[in-house]
Design a protein around this ligand. Structure first.
Ligand SMILES: [Cu+2]
Length: 492
């Protein structure tokens, strides 16, 4: 029984390397208004659920004195009745920086609702937070060592007991066992040992199977997706069954809703150099099937990232790999876009990050980072400035799918993929759901109505870990989509 318990615990030692909402980038970054106050909110989602989300808020302007936070489900009954809120702790050293912790009790679509108090009265906002278990807690080393010791004690004791029974049970008290009795004892011990090894082995197998079955129910995985090319240039994506999603239907709502005007945002990124980039918008042809008439695509291997949003605001990024032949077709039209990365930022010394980029049309991009190195998990505003061919700030920016810009972040080893907007790392659809007023979500919607658009786009984000990343930034200028790529190294 002890062994069964030990097996139970050791089987908890596995990791599932996937996270939800993007790939490998589980934290939520948000920039937006809470009434009169501009906030930069970071929510570090717990790797285990139930678990504690860490909330960090920086007031970017306005004098904020107090913030209260409360977690609520994003949709359904649980989204209506808020429990008492918690007061965030204000930093001693930095009066506009607040931290707090919240329990998220189940996997699914949540929101962190905030009430902000300060010199201009009260403001409110809500940040969508998808929660999903990414791993189980490892067994503590000490516990493991104790249980392993107990297992050895039990096994050796059993062997000794069976050996002694076979050898000495027929003996008179005080008599010594004869040679045949000793042999019988040794045989009994060998048989007992063999039986115990078999029991442990089979028990271990049984537990591994039980644990992986359980992980399938508990650990988040995006739905599997099968991608195929049909009739020369129809790309068909068929979503597979996901027991994780099926069990959480009521909290996720399985229906897929449009995110900035499209049910799916599909990214094809050329391998191994991440030098070809397609941002496409397949149509839903059946509940689980999407199809896209491809534009002209050059032959090669591609990483496929397909973003969808559930009716609850919960996002999934489905991933696949595929090899395409040369696909004939027209250049991408409407909201679709492509980029062949032939030009990259000028300097490329990792210590002196490359920040400038001149395009063939002589317009210029600048990644404003003031020579700073980037560290993992550090929340920051990624800021890009665009100049026209005469060196003046560009005045021809337009909303692209309702937003000032789109940023796609890919780690070189493809373990990270994030699709970020000026409001943050959550889907716009999730933000709009919480605001409950379809036309007024986020600052880019506001920007959309203000003419002209500024020659600058900013994205709140924090790189999840160290390594080399490529950033694809997309804006719309004078009717056409412009995509540029910046590379950067992120330090631990
Ligand atoms: Cu986008």
């Amino acid at each position: 029984m002890k062994r069964a318990f030990l097996l139970f615990l050791t089987a908890c030692v596995f990791l599932v390397p996937l996270s939800r909402a993007h790939v490998g980038s589980p934290d939520v970054f948000y920039e937006g208004m809470a009434g009169p106050y501009r906030l930069f909110v970071t929510v570090r989602t717990p790797p285990m659920v139930p678990g504690i989300a860490e909330v960090e808020v920086r007031a970017l302007d306005g004098n904020v004195t107090d913030i209260r936070i409360v977690p609520l489900r994003a949709v359904g009954e649980g989204s209506e009745y808020a429990p008492p809120s918690d007061r965030m702790e204000r930093s001693q050293a930095d009066a506009q920086y607040f931290t707090g912790k919240l329990w998220l009790m189940a996997s699914g679509a949540w929101q962190v609702r905030m009430e902000v108090f300060g010199s201009q009265g009260k403001g409110e906002t809500a940040v969508p937070v998808p929660a999903a278990a990414r791993r189980t807690l490892r067994m503590q080393k000490n516990t493991g060592a104790i249980l392993l010791g107990l297992m050895f004690l039990l096994v050796t004791s059993l062997i000794a007991i069976f050996g002694a029974a076979a050898r000495e049970s027929q003996l008179e008290p005080g008599a010594a066992p004869s040679t045949p009795q000793r042999r019988r004892g040794r045989i009994a011990m060998a048989l007992t040992a063999a039986a115990l090894v078999a029991v442990l082995f089979l028990g271990n197998m049984w537990w591994d199977a039980a644990a992986s079955g359980r992980a399938d129910l508990m650990m988040y995985k995006p739905p599997p997706v099968e991608v195929s090319l049909q009739n020369t240039n129809d790309l068909v994506l068929k979503m597979g069954f996901s027991s994780w999603h099926d069990r959480r239907k009521e909290m996720l709502l399985n229906k897929i809703i449009p995110d900035h005007g499209h049910l799916m945002h599909l990214f094809l990124i050329g391998l191994p150099n991440l030098d070809r980039f397609y941002h496409l918008h397949p149509d839903q042809t059946a509940a689980d099937t999407f199809a896209e008439r491809l534009p002209a695509v050059s032959a090669g291997d591609y990483a496929v990232f397909a973003d969808i949003v559930r009716e609850s605001g919960f996002p999934d990024t489905m991933t696949a790999r595929m090899t395409l032949p040369d696909v004939p077709g027209n250049p991408p039209a409407s909201d679709d876009s492509e980029a062949i990365v032939t030009y990259l930022s000028e300097a490329s010394d990792a210590r002196q990050p490359a920040t400038g980029l001149t395009l063939p049309d002589h317009s210029r991009w600048e990644w404003v980072r003031n020579g700073q190195t980037i560290h993992a998990r550090q929340p920051m505003l990624l800021r890009f400035r665009i100049f026209d061919k005469d060196g003046k700030p560009a005045s021809d920016l337009e909303p692209y799918m309702g937003m000032g810009g789109h940023l796609v972040i890919v780690k070189r080893d493809l373990t990270v993929f994030a699709h970020v907007h000026p409001s943050g790392s959550m889907p716009m659809a999730a933000l709009m759901l919480l605001e409950k007023e379809p036309a007024g979500a986020g600052k880019e919607m506001a920007a959309m109505h203000e003419a002209p658009m500024p020659p600058e786009v900013t994205f709140p984000y924090g790189f999840p870990d160290s390594g080399d990343y490529r950033l694809f930034v997309q804006v719309k200028r004078n009717g056409s989509v412009q995509t540029v790529a910046f590379d950067t190294h992120v330090y631990p």
